[in-house]
Every structure is written in structure tokens, then in C-alpha cells.
Design a binder for this molecule. Structure first.
Ligand code: ZN
Length: 477
């Protein structure tokens, strides 16, 4: 089985063959730290975290670079509004975002790049573009990329731009030769944060930072360039134009874009006021639940955060951990080794088939429902031929690629149970007393009392299960 990835550049699924055998160089555009991280940032970060983990599972050494845009118009404006220094403002949100991404279970990228830490690299890059005739300096100290100097412009987004259009928006960007040219370097407005350059005081444009950071940390060519789908045009198109104009080589071999986040079917936007901040989600749900919700989707599709998505995910995660906890408490010494091996081979096959098909985590989770159904069915039998401990152990190992189910299942289940009990005001002793009361009522054929006891517990979030070995209780999430 080989890994196939959907390459936005060719608009087709291609076999994944890195430039250097055994090594993957990946860059994903990160966050502009102008405020709190939202669920869209979380989605993109989780997607590229899982892609990294799967490439590592396949045995690749992955060098993953992710950037923070820590200077731009919005950061400057928001910092000014807060009466803060823009760099200190950006640093505050970078630190906060790092903490939140850790809490979400994302591994830190190999390199966390920052635009303001690469100013010299950016200036050198811009100078190379000027020297080779791909860029020009305006009379106002701005530098623009000369779009008609790059013949392949549009090859990623497949957008046809009219390169003969010479309408210039003189009001917003005076000194531009062509309306389509884009800024590489912006001259400083009075009082604005600025760095010294051959063209006067100023700061980098957004697109150039990614080209410069790619070259600095990963070289002329990379295997995978990622980001959200909203970055295809113009950001990634501009990155290609900048980098390939300097190197004369293909920049990224595979372009991977994840979908956008919707909230209850609507686009998430400031104006609609339906934004979901990551810190608010983390306050209500654990990382397993959030990752499960975000990964129960094909990454390239948009994801709809409905009101029921996270509560539903929590139920699924609880059931999976519960099954693992039950398995851990049982002994499978008499299990059939060959039958168990065959089941494990089947599970690994399903997992790798799904992940090799363009990192299809939706398919993995669908398969996992089947695996846990199997475990629960076997657990309900008087005896099983399978070593469920080994099978559950393998599932947990595979799920390390999603970084889900990696906690101690007994602790996880107990924590949630304790939470529900604390909210209900009941103790384990109260529940046992109710179970006994119901048993006596049933023996006396007093069905009304038996039903009332069950209903009372359910109203407190406790569900009773009658099994051949007696009545057990669980929480009803
Ligand atoms: Zn970028």
C-alpha cells in the first residue's frame, strides 16, 4: 500500500514520493496573531499535526515548519487599540496560542518561525527579486512584485488573471505599475513599527515572509506546502511566484489545503458574531473530544461545528475509553492467538488503507466504530476466543496517529463519572442503594417502584444496565 495525496496543484490524487527518500520537508502557513485563536485555527493545526504523525508512522523523518505572522496591519491596529507595543502584543497571543495548541494535543512543529525574526532573510529575498527584474521599488519606498514577469502565475489556483490590466488603485497603493502587482515591502507610516532596508524604513508584506522562511529553514524546494483553502489565492499563488522567480525550480511538490470551518451551517465570521474561540472550547471539552470532532471529517472538506457535534463526540470518546477500561479489567489468557492475530491484521489494514487514501481520518473513525462494536460484542459474551487486550492495545497504538485515546482509560472514565456524580449530588453508595431497592421491588413484582427508581437515576444522569451478572450502572452523557 502506498500513500496517495490529493495535490491541489495537479488537482488529482498522486502517489506520495518525497524529493529525498525517507525525508519529508513540510511547511504550513500559521496564524496571524492579532487576537485569540479560534476553532478554524485549531482545525488547520490538528490536520497538519495528524499528517505529520502519519508520515512519521510510515517511517519518514519529518521536518515541519509552521510560522507565526507577528507583524501586519491588523496586529498594528489591534495593538494600538489596546495601547500596547505591537511586538509585545503579538508575543502575548503567540504564547497563549502555543499553550492552547499544546492543550489540544498538537505536537510542536520542528520549527516555529516568526516573520519578525527573519527580517534580514526577507530583505535579501526581496533584493534578489529586484535584481532579477521580478520586482521594482516605487517612488514611495514600497517594493512590488511585477506580476507579468512570472509566466506561470495562476497555476495553483487555476485562476486566469488578466495581466494586461493596467488599472492602478492609485488611492490605496500609489506607485504601483499594475493593479495586480503585490507588495513585498511596505514603507512605514509615521510612528509605525519599521525596520531598516535598502529602500527606507518599512516592514515586509505578508506573502514574502512565507517564501523567505521556507528558503531559510527548508531550502529551495519542499515536499508539502499546506494551509487553509482560503490561502490558495492569492497567498500561495504569490508564494510560488516569488520563490520560483528566484530559484527557477518547482517550489512545493504537493499542495495540501484543508477546508474551512462553518458554525451551524454558516460561514464563521466576525460580522455574524458566530466565532468560536479555542480557549472557550477547551474550557468545556477535553482534547480527545475536540480532536475526534475535527477529525471525523475529510480534511479537504469544510467542517460544520454544529451545537451537537462536540457533545456527541464526547459520548463516543467516553464509550471507547469505557470499552478499553473494561478490557483492562478482564483476563484473556485462554484466547486463540491465531484468531487474535488475524483480527489485528484486519484492523491495521483498515487503518492504513484509510490513511493512505489522502489521510482519510473520517474513514478511520468509521472503521473504529466497527472495531469497538466488535470488542463490546465479545465482552458481552460469556467467553471470547479473542485476546481483547491485545486488540484494544493495537487500536490505541494506531490512534496515537490521531492523538486520541492516549490517556489511561480507567482514569479517564473515573474522572468523567466523578464529574457527573458531583453534579448529580449522588454518591456511589446512593446508586447501589437504589439498585438494591429496585431489585427488591422487581422481586415483589412492584414494577411501578422499579420504574420510578430507574427514572429517578436517569434524571440524575445515571443509566442502569441489566446484565446476566446483575445490574450495573453507567453515566448517561
Ligand atoms: Zn504563508
Amino acid at each position: 500500500m502506498t500513500l496517495k495525496v490529493y495535490n491541489v496543484l495537479s488537482r488529482s490524487k498522486e502517489e506520495f514520493i518525497p524529493l529525498t527518500p525517507g525525508v519529508v520537508k513540510m511547511y504550513a502557513c500559521g496564524i496571524t496573531v492579532s487576537g485569540d485563536a479560534h476553532i478554524g485555527h485549531a482545525y488547520q493545526s490538528v490536520v497538519f499535526d495528524v499528517i505529520t504523525r502519519y508520515l512519521q508512522y510510515l517511517g519518514y523523518a519529518v521536518k515541519y515548519v509552521r510560522n507565526y505572522t507577528d507583524v501586519d496591519d491588523k496586529i498594528i491596529a489591534n495593538a494600538a487599540r489596546a495601547g500596547a507595543d505591537p511586538i509585545a502584543f503579538a508575543e502575548k497571543y503567540m504564547a497563549q496560542t502555543d499553550t492552547e495548541m499544546d492543550a489540544l494535543g498538537n505536537a510542536r512543529p520542528t520549527i516555529m518561525a516568526r516573520a519578525t525574526m527573519c527580517i534580514d532573510d526577507i530583505i535579501n529575498f526581496v533584493q534578489k527579486l529586484i535584481d532579477s527584474g521580478h520586482a521594482y521599488v516605487s517612488p514611495y519606498g514600497d517594493v512590488y512584485f511585477k506580476l507579468d514577469s512570472f509566466a506561470e502565475y495562476g497555476k495553483l489556483s487555476h485562476i486566469q488573471v488578466d495581466k494586461n490590466d493596467t488599472g492602478v488603485r492609485k488611492d490605496t497603493e500609489p506607485g504601483k505599475q499594475n493593479d495586480l502587482d503585490f507588495a513585498l515591502w511596505k514603507s512605514a507610516k509615521p510612528g509605525e513599527i519599521a525596520w531598516k532596508s535598502p529602500w527606507g524604513m518599512g516592514r515586509p508584506g505578508w506573502h514574502i515572509e512565507c517564501s523567505a522562511m521556507n528558503m531559510k529553514y527548508l531550502g529551495d524546494q519542499i515536499d508539502i506546502h499546506g494551509g487553509g483553502r482560503d490561502l490558495v489565492f492569492p497567498h500561495h499563488e504569490n508564494e510560488i511566484a516569488q520563490t520560483e522567480s528566484v530559484t527557477g525550480k518547482q517550489f512545493a511538490k504537493y499542495w495540501i489545503h484543508c477546508g474551512l470551518v462553518k458554525v451551524n451551517g454558516q460561514k464563521m465570521s466576525k460580522s455574524l458574531g458566530n466565532g468560536i474561540l479555542l480557549k472557550d472550547v477547551l474550557a468545556k471539552f477535553d482534547a480527545d473530544t475536540i480532536r475526534f470532532a475535527l477529525l471525523r471529517n475529510t480534511y479537504s472538506a469544510d467542517i460544520d461545528i454544529t451545537d451537537s457535534l462536540l457533545p456527541e463526540s464526547r459520548k463516543h470518546i467516553y464509550k471507547m475509553y469505557s470499552a478499553c477500561a473494561t478490557v483492562m479489567a478482564r483476563d484473556f489468557a485462554d484466547a486463540d492467538v491465531a484468531k487474535t492475530d488475524a483480527k489485528i491484521t484486519e484492523i491495521v489494514g483498515e487503518f492504513e488503507r484509510a490513511m493512505n487514501d489522502n489521510f482519510n481520518t473520517l474513514e478511520v473513525i468509521a472503521a473504529a466504530f466497527g472495531w469497538f462494536n466488535f470488542i463490546n460484542t465479545e465482552l458481552a459474551k460469556k467467553s471470547t476466543a479473542y485476546d481483547l487486550k491485545r486488540i484494544a492495545g493495537k487500536i490505541v497504538e494506531l490512534f496515537s496517529v490521531l492523538n486520541i485515546l492516549q490517556k489511561n482509560p480507567v482514569d479517564y472514565v473515573n474522572d468523567i463519572k466523578e464529574n457527573v456524580l458531583a453534579k448529580s449530588g449522588l454518591t456511589v453508595g446512593d446508586i447501589k442503594k437504589s439498585i438494591d431497592e429496585r431489585l427488591i421491588a422487581k422481586q415483589n413484582k412492584d414494577w411501578a417502584t422499579a420504574d420510578r427508581v430507574r427514572a429517578d437515576l436517569l434524571a440524575h444522569g445515571i443509566v442502569l444496565k441489566d446484565t446476566p451478572n446483575g445490574t450495573t450502572w453507567d453515566i448517561d452523557l
